[in-house]
Ligand binder design. Sequence first.
Ligand code: BES
Ligand code: MG
Ligand code: ZN
Length: 487
Amino acid sequence: MNIDLNNIKPQDAEAVIVPVLLDSDKLATKDTAELLNRLKTKGKIKGEHGEVFSTMTASQDIIFIGLGKEELLNGEKVRIASAKAVKKARELKAKSLYVQLINSDKLCYGTIVKAMVEGLRFGDYKFDRYKTDKKEHTDLDICLGGVSEDKLKETEEYIKEANNISNATIIARNLVNEPSNVLYPETLAEEALEYGKQFGFDVEVFDELQIDELKMDAFLSVAEGSNKAPRLIVMRYFGNEDNKSEILGLVGKGLTYDSGGYSIKPTDGMVTMKSDMGGAAAVIGAMSAIANQKLKINVVAVVAACENMISGGAYKPGDIIGSMAGKTIEVLNTDAEGRLTLADAVYYIVEKEKASRVIDLATLTGAALIALGTTTTAVVTNDDAFYKELEAASAKSDEKVWQLPAFEDYKKMLKSDIADLKNIGGRHAGTITAGLFIGEFVQSKPWLHLDIAGTAWTDADKDYFSKGGTGAGVRTLYYLAKNTAKK
Ligand code: BES
Ligand code: MG
Ligand code: ZN
């Protein structure tokens, strides 16, 4: 998809998209103001947020999209309305669109432009690689129209940034949507190498022997049951050579498949478990966006990629395993595997990559879905100031986060009778104890744990998401990095 400025005249586009406010007519284009007036009088469109109404003129389709009351306008509403618009245009088989810019001083200009671009990009996303009879899904030509002369340059920059963020999000969605017979540790590593080359970050891949040399016992124990060999993927981007002691460490859970192992999942729970590398997808996407935008910041990302499977060599409930940190772990449930791989990954990023702060993202617990549903990411942290930074980034990305408590009582739930830790804390407070387990390995560095089990995947098309991977975390990580970066 190509989104540009002034590349198409409104009269030449196959479809014109006109935003409509509930309480005023000011967004209509010159040629559509009268039409909109008539439609409003007839009650065909009011301007409620989410409304879409299309009509045909002699030469083109006009698509009106409702935005609601101007004073209640926000980036998320713009994103959702823009996604609806592009879906409607597809339905009408239009290939070139003139999209009238939403002009409102109730919202920051950059927020509007970026949310429009993201909405258009996300709304048109489809994972159809494996459809042999692909319906026509040719590239759309989109013109963002109504941009004033003095804002052209600024607008171009916003479009570029939003396209970069959208590409990164779509990278993450694609990675999650790939099935596990295609995307496994080795091929995930190849993807990372490819994106590193394309966007400008270094990628180093460690094989099984090298992982063994690092003594990543917990990670290797999880990987043991699979015929697919594990990979440790390390991505490095040094955009701020002046201050090499500040390194943001990103860690993504990279279970390319989670069958549960001997604590096997029921089929219903297993079918979507190709998505158990949503954290890995998010950090690969974020690295792509950060490097491509050339942010002045140092970021290292680590993915301990493996599969959780069953075989004669697989780890078993009751096993006691080691870890890179030297702590011993009693495995009471092989389905609580993510925290084991992450324990070694966060320890590695602090010890070997010298990360000064760590953020891990993981599709870690079903309990996160029970607690917060599918719209909000659960967060556990050891540093409230760091959490505030996440909140600021989340305010920009419109990806919702919510902090869970991390009281000492919860840590006690992870004490084992016969080892240093056990890998489950019991039925209660599952998301918190899972997070705190990882926290035992971050060497007291400022740390944020994002449980994206609810947000990384959607079972149905919704707003600007289509069934499957959502790309959760990419935008928030990007903005957190951007806010931290030296200007
Ligand atoms: N990958 C799952 C968590 C998950 C569940 C992600 C649903 C997305 C949707 C994780 O490895 C897991 O199996 N967690 C267990 C932990 C339990 C055994 C303590 C869970 O949530 O049931
Ligand atoms: Mg599991
Ligand atoms: Zn898992």
